[in-house]
Design a protein around this ligand. Structure first.
Ligand code: SF4
Ligand code: SF4
Length: 469
């Protein structure tokens, strides 16, 4: 963290105008952005036929408290999946940080993704870095009003569409959008849309890198998660500075041979790595709090090295050990711990989703009265049985008893019961048995719900107990 407090020339300007750059990390960032945008904006519009629930691939239904994600239906009782998912997200973040620093910020964070898109719009309308700086300095005229105005108009449109798309997840999108524009939705939908629109516009359009540098708490504690083995974006000072420092490629310092003869390093002090940096820092000052590990300065420097015909990698993902000429250890106690926690969380989540019971239920004995003695001497217990069909198919069940010999089940007029797809039912079931004595007065047993029709094949067991005077 040697250069943590240093400021580059870029950070002294009020607005940072990064220069565009081509390269593998820029391509990777663009690819992730396109995928993330496609997922976020398109998911609510993908049709998905269901027997019950919205015909929409991804939908969060507040009324029935169910989340639909393609074939997976998450009920309110499955909320522990959300806890497991949050735990997984946290350990993946720690794991990635231990391996490659603040890399989540540079490629996957919403703030980065939306700021990148806003900057792309700005660049298309106002031009690249130099043109934007010049436009900022210009007096207000028709050209500046048009360019600045249309940039902000498009930003507001994207911010609005972001807010609206979020709302479309909470219902049937084609119907919601029609009702939105005919002012037929509850006020919560409009408040959510406009709050998200305002925060997106402010965070991605106005505050941009300031969110990463001054607001995001992750920047503050990332340093405790990385060590000398973490591969972070680094400038190789030995190669770049040599023994006599960096220097422009002026006469006598054009080739590597000439430079090394004078002790000058490979950094030609072009400043390209600083100009492309979205947070405006100089990677040559060492690891800094503001660095989001986006790798754009690597692309910039690689382009310069390519032009000079020198090896790439003056700026690269490298560990402190690597820069000191030592070996990088990937398998440390820290990375192994995070890796195992990640695998554990993935295993738990996948296991619990794949082992999700299609039918769930409970059987509660009604305790007032505890039992009824019938005229023929038999004892009757009553039970409230709740069952939920979590599948999208109809299921029919016979009810029998396991663990209470010679008991009979009385369901009144019905012999079996039917559960429609995604339906919950409450049944009153009576169980009759001869009087029990001694230590057999309270006998645990199980209701056995045996499927007789439909696609559910496994019987369902609901434990309870029979009480006798
Ligand atoms: S220093 Fe490099 S990796 Fe860090 S934010 Fe700037 S461009 Fe991205
Ligand atoms: S882009 Fe490379 S050569 Fe140019 S100033 Fe940065 S580190 Fe030096």
């Amino acid at each position: 963290m040697s250069g943590c407090q240093k400021k580059s020339a870029n950070t002294t300007t009020a607005v940072i105008h990064p220069r565009s750059v081509k390269g593998r990390f820029r391509n990777m960032k663009t690819m992730i952005m396109v995928l993330a945008y496609a997922a976020f904006f398109i998911f609510p519009w993908i049709p998905f036929a269901r027997n019950v629930g919205p015909d929409q691939a991804v939908s969060f239904d507040l009324v029935t408290r169910k989340f639909y994600i393609f074939h997976v239906v998450i009920h309110a009782q499955d909320i522990f999946w959300l806890a497991a998912l949050l735990f997984l997200a946290a350990v993946v973040l720690f794991f990635a940080t231990a391996l490659a620093g603040r890399v989540f910020c540079g490629y996957f964070c919403f703030q980065t993704l939306w700021t990148d898109a806003f900057r792309w719009i700005e660049q298309k309308i106002q031009g690249d870095r130099v043109a934007r700086i010049r436009l900022d300095r210009d007096k207000w005229n028709a050209n500046k009003i048009f360019r600045k105005g249309s940039t902000h108009a498009l930003w507001l449109l994207l911010a609005f569409w972001t807010g609206l798309s979020f709302v479309l997840y909470w219902g049937y999108a084609p119907e919601l959008i029609q009702r939105f524009f005919t002012l037929d939705l509850p006020s919560a939908a409009y408040i959510t849309t406009f709050v998200l629109m305002a925060t997106t516009y402010l965070a991605a359009g106005i505050m941009r890198e300031n969110v990463c540098m001054h607001i995001c708490p992750y920047a503050r504690f990332q340093s405790v998660m990385i060590d000398h083995n973490s591969k972070i974006v680094s400038y190789d000072p030995k190669r770049g500075e040599g023994t006599a420092g960096r220097a422009l490629p002026k006469k006598g310092l054009k080739t590597q041979e000439e430079r090394s003869a004078k002790g000058v390093g490979d950094c030609v002090d072009c400043g390209f790595c600083v100009q492309v940096c979205p947070t405006g820092i100089d990677i040559r000052d060492g690891l800094q709090l503001q660095c989001i590990q986006c790798g754009l300065c690597i692309d910039a420097c690689d382009n310069i090295m390519d032009k000079r015909g020198w090896d790439r990698g003056l700026v690269r993902y490298a560990s402190e050990n690597e820069l000191d000429g030592k070996k990088t250890k990937f398998f440390t106690l820290r990375t192994l711990g995070y890796g195992l926690a990640t695998l554990g969380a993935i295993g738990f989540l996948l296991g619990s989703i794949s082992m999700k019971k299609p039918i769930e239920g409970t059987a509660r004995q009604i305790r007032s009265p505890l039992y009824i003695m019938l005229s023929d001497g038999q004892i009757q217990n009553r039970y409230e049985v709740k069952v939920q069909n979590k599948t999208q198919k109809l299921a029919v069940f016979d009810v029998t008893i396991d663990g209470l010999n010679n008991a009979t089940v009385d369901m009144g007029q019905i012999k079996n019961f039917t559960l429609k797809p995604d339906e919950s039912q409450k049944l009153l079931i009576k169980v009759l048995h001869e009087r029990l004595t001694g230590e057999y007065k309270d006998i645990p047993f199980r209701f056995v719900l045996t499927p007789t029709k439909g696609e559910v094949t496994e019987p369902v067991y609901l434990p309870s107990q029979f009480i006798s005077p």
